[in-house]
Design a protein around this ligand. Structure first.
Ligand code: AMP
Ligand code: GLY
Length: 424
């Protein structure tokens, strides 16, 4: 079978690497891919948003499974387009992807399904939102732009003035353009965050081991928000008992409610959770593998990923053998460009990748990299996801950072405290 992975980040490198190990998989293509997928798979020079070209490539090359990584092509209907061309595709339909693409849709669905989440109100105008903020007690809130905003449309506010400022940025200044046509204002929760991802074909649900992301840029969770500076799995924050509670109270009711809403959900349902003093709450849903959570998960997966994802795409997950996991934890450390998450240079030569690859139990996943005259160069803000396995989280962390030490380019940096929350 030939597989096409859509996307070009660390998540897609991890998926392509694991997919290529499947017994029935002959070739794995990645569109557009990066320097890492060029060596573990075959790159195709098609942008992940060019859906007609992706479908044509899949038809011309007898692709037996398409796996769509990022949210934007999912929200734009990539899976619907593959399905219309009779190409099995892993991921939600455009309508089901609304769960991530519209926070208003997501919050209303959570409310109808009685899934625990922060109390909220939705607004379609700046004036109504401002009036609401003025009318309520001066308490911490979170103001969210409804649509996709590359993770930046969520503004955590400590008081009324900050909330008014957030409403202005989203709904008046339109900092996030049309993503700000509607707003969600919700209570600000306090607790530890965890990511619980599940595979589903719309009926059966297979929960993956819990992971923890590190969204703030700097050590100790300080600094600006990023796409994720590192992740590890499993996390002691989520016990087996809590996983069962999450299945019962979160995943199952959500999948049922999506079916009842005539938007059956197939693909990865990623619950962003906050574990608060008053129990667990869903902060958001993503409709895809998390990046970088995908990297430690793929590092630990001992099963045939292609078989699992194809079973999801074809609605027969119930009959697929359950995934087997390496019991050892995995830690992924993201190495970033100087300036990220702000502006950063590109095209800087990366050295030491061979030395890093020689560190036992380590895989260096590429995110923002490219090949220039045969040399691997930086090509994004998050450049590499250096992922280690170990008998304990501390040993996995040591493996990952040993490989990080081998790698250098001008301005390269990373957080030094990935997985420390699990060690505390
Ligand atoms: P989201 O994209 O909704 O996950 O929000 C991004 C980040 O904002 C989350 O990972 C949390 O750190 C934070 N956040 C979102 N909603 C809330 C909330 N209700 N209370 C506190 N923090 C939140
Ligand atoms: N790591 C968070 C995300 O993929 O959205």
């Amino acid at each position: 079978m030939k597989v096409l992975v859509v996307g070009g980040g660390g998540r897609e490198h991890a998926l392509a690497w694991k997919l290529s190990q499947g017994a029935q998989v002959d070739r794995v293509f990645v569109a557009p891919g990066n320097a890492g997928t060029a060596s573990d798979a075959e790159n195709v020079d098609i942008a992940d948003g060019d859906i007609p070209a992706l479908v044509k490539f899949a038809q011309d090359n007898q692709i037996g499974l398409a796996v769509v990584g990022p949210e934007a092509p999912l929200a734009a209907g990539a899976v619907d387009a593959f399905a219309a061309a009779k190409i099995p595709a892993f991921g939600p339909s455009r309508q089901a992807a609304e769960l991530e693409a519209s926070k208003v849709f997501c919050k209303n669905l959570l409310r109808h399904a009685d899934v625990p989440t922060a109390d909220f109100r939705t607004f379609t105008s700046a004036s109504a939102a401002e009036k609401y903020v003025q009318s309520r007690d001066d308490l911490p809130v979170v103001v969210k732009a409804d649509g996709l905003a590359a993770g930046k449309g969520v503004i955590v506010c400590s008081n009324r003035d900050e909330a008014l400022e957030a409403v202005r940025r989203i709904a008046v200044d339109r900092e996030f353009a049309d993503a700000g046509t509607q707003l969600v204002i919700e209570e600000r929760l306090i607790g530890q965050e965890a990511s619980v991802l599940a595979l589903t074909d719309g009926r059966a649900i297979v929960t993956l081991p819990a992971a923890q992301d590190h969204k703030p840029a700097y050590d100790g969770d300080r600094g600006p928000n990023t796409g994720g500076m590192g992740a590890y799995s499993p996390t002691p924050l989520v016990s087996d008992e809590l996983i069962r509670t999450i299945e019962e109270r979160v995943l199952v009711p959500t999948v049922h409610q999506m079916k009842r809403s005539r938007r059956p959900f197939r693909g990865v349902l990623y619950a962003g959770l906050m574990i608060t003093n008053s129990g667990l709450k869903v902060l958001e849903y993503n409709v895809r593998f998390g990046d970088p959570e995908c990297q430690p998960l793929m590092m630990r997966l001992n099963s045939n990923l292609a078989e699992l994802l194809l079973a999801c795409a074809e609605g027969r997950l119930e009959d697929a053998p359950p995934p087997q996991w390496d019991p050892r934890p995995a830690v992924c450390v993201v190495m970033a460009s100087e300036g990220y998450p702000g502006s950063y240079p590109k095209g800087l030569p990366i050295r030491g990748l061979d030395d890093a690859a020689a560190v036992p139990d380590v895989k260096v996943f590429h995110a923002g990299t490219a090949l220039k005259d045969g040399q691997v160069v930086t090509n994004g803000g998050r450049v590499l996801g250096v992922t280690g396995l170990g008998d304990s989280i501390a040993k996995a962390k040591l493996a990952a950072y040993s490989a990080v030490k081998c790698i250098r380019w001008e301005g390269a940096w990373c957080r030094k405290d990935i997985a420390d929350k699990a060690l505390a």
